[in-house]
Design a protein around this ligand. Structure first.
Ligand SMILES: COCc1ccccc1-c1cc(O)c2[nH]cnc(=O)c2c1
Ligand SMILES: [Mg+2]
Length: 214
């Protein structure tokens, strides 16, 4: 039977990366996706912007919406302080199964909790299920149609506090126009656009960083 693209990414990690070395896992995925087969990892150019925001926030609590193969999960987890709590939500069970193995290959399985299911189902349960009050950082990288509804849901569930940082991938390509309009026009957010490129291509894309103000 044919392998899937996520399975081919996992094979490239297991072949080319060193167990317990997150940077070698990131490098192996970026090399595979730039030389062999494009895939929707945040990539190295936007990944460096992600790294700088994670380092600046130095979050004790992180939520990632959209794990895919765990590329950004590994980037984020490798930068967190030891006490941090990091939850990543993935709807697709095949993606989740690969991501668990990529995260384990990087040696970061103790730093992150991968939860399978729909973000809209899980967001209202996070406080009780995981003992988290609010998130210092949220990385939105799942279905663009759900960026805005999930952000409003996080507000309603009291998961954001003054200073919480939302970082959204793909604000240009594929784009999340309703979300961008909301965070840029709402008095409750201070937003900034980091111009970059769609992973492994020359097309424009970027990350939108939005700080929750109240
Ligand atoms: C399945 O579309 C793949 C694709 C095709 C063309 C342009 C962009 C994308 C793309 C790029 C990304 O970083 C993404 N990140 C998260 N969830 C996505 O659906 C996603 C899609
Ligand atoms: Mg993305």
């Amino acid at each position: 039977t044919q392998s899937t693209r996520p399975q081919r990414i996992l094979s490239a990690v297991q072949k080319n990366a060193t167990r317990g070395d997150p940077r070698s896992v990131i490098r192996a995925i970026d090399q595979f996706c730039s030389q062999k087969e494009w895939a929707m990892n945040v990539g190295n150019e936007k990944g460096c912007i992600l790294d700088s925001v994670v380092s600046e926030v130095n979050p004790a609590t992180v939520l990632e919406l959209g794990t895919y193969c765990g590329y950004s999960t590994v980037r984020i987890a490798s930068l967190l302080p030891p006490y941090a709590k990091f939850i990543t939500l993935e709807f697709n069970p095949d993606f989740a199964a690969v991501a668990r193995q990529v995260i384990a290959w990087a040696g970061l399985e103790d730093k992150v909790q991968l939860v399978e299911g729909a973000s809209s189902d899980w967001i209202p349960k996070i406080k009780e299920q995981f003992g988290i009050k609010t998130f210092d950082l949220v990385f939105l990288d799942h279905w663009k149609e759900h960026y805005l509804s999930d952000t409003k849901l996080m507000e309603e569930c009291g998961l954001l506090r003054k200073g919480s940082v939302l970082l959204a991938d793909n604000v240009i390509c594929p784009g999340a126009p309703d979300y961008v309009e909301y965070v840029r026009s709402s008095p409750r957010y201070k937003s900034h656009y980091f111009r970059s490129h769609l992973e492994y291509t020359k097309a424009e894309d970027g990350l939108e960083k939005s700080v929750f103000l109240e």
